[in-house]
Write a protein that binds this ligand. Sequence first.
Ligand SMILES: C[S@@+](CC[C@H](N)C(=O)[O-])C[C@H]1O[C@@H](n2cnc3c(N)ncnc32)[C@H](O)[C@@H]1O
Length: 294
Amino acid sequence: MVPAAGSKKRSNPEGNEAPDDCSPSPPLAGEAKAGGGPRGKAKKRSEDDTGPITIEGAMPQKRFYRARAHVNPLSHNDCYEYPKTPKEMDWSVHYPNRPGLKVSIVDVGCGFGGLTVALSPLFPDKGVLGMEIRVKVCEFVRLRVEALRRENPGQYQNVSSLRTNSMLLLPHFLERHQLEKMFFCFPDPHFKAKNHRRRIISVPLLTEYAFYLRPGGLLYMITDVEELHQWHVEKAEAHPCFEAVPRGEAEKDPAVKAMTEVTEEGKKVARMGGDKYWAVFRRIPDEDVPYTIF
Ligand SMILES: C[S@@+](CC[C@H](N)C(=O)[O-])C[C@H]1O[C@@H](n2cnc3c(N)ncnc32)[C@H](O)[C@@H]1O
C-alpha cells in the first residue's frame, strides 16, 4: 500500500514516547505530582477517578480526560459489563431515538472519538459505535455525543460509544455478518516482539472480525508506524476471508478520507508532518473462501 505524503516516523513508545493525544495527563490543579506527596510518596490518580468535570449535555474538554497512554489489553478484563450473548444486547440504550437501529459500523479503539462522530453524518442510516478500553476517554466520547445531540437537534442519534476490551469481548456484542465496516485507526503499535500478541490486528483476531463482517464488508486500518502497517497488510493479505481493495477504489471512499483526516491521532501526525499508512480490505463471501472457517 502506498503511504500518503509526509515524513517523520514515531519513536518506540515502549522506550521513549513523545506525549500525544493518547498520553498520560498532566496533573490537574491541586493534584499530587509523582514523587511529590508527603514522605515523597506519590498519590497516583486512578483511571476511574472521573469527577463531574463536565455538565451533562455540555461539550467536554479533552484536557480533563487524558488518561494513561497504554493499557494492556490482555490483562484488563474484569471490569466491563456485557451481555451473555449479542441477542441480549439492548442497542436502544445507545440509539434511544432510533428504534430498531443496531450497530453496523465500529471504530475499534476510538480514542477521543473524532472519527466515530464524523461517521455519523456520513452514514446517517447506520448505527455507529466507538469502542474504547480507557474509562475516562470513553466517558469523553459519551459526553461528546450527548453534546452534539443537544447542539444539533435530530442529528447524531445514530452514534454512541461503548467501554469495552475489543480484543476479548466482541463476541458478547456482535452477531455473525452484523457489521458493514470496522475501523482500526492508529492502534497501539506494541513494538516489542514479546508484545506483538497484544496487537489488535492478528490472524486469529482477523478470523473473528471476518465473522462479524458481512460479505462485502470493509476493514479499514491506518497507522503512522510503517512496520505496523506492513504487519497489518501481511496478516490481512494472508487471511483467506479478506482481499485488498485496490488503492484507486479505496481513495474514492468517503470513509477513507475521514479515517485519514479526522481522528485525533491522525491530526496529530499531520501536525508533526508524519506519514500515514493505510489499507482497506474486503470481506470475501463465504462461498469464495477456499476452505471452511465458520
Ligand atoms: C493510539 S490511540 C488511537 C485513538 C483513535 N483511534 C485515533 O486515531 O485518534 C489507540 C486507542 O485504542 C484504545 N485501545 C487499545 N486497546 C484496546 C482494546 N483492546 N479495546 C478497545 N480499545 C482499545 C486505547 O485506549 C487508545 O485510545
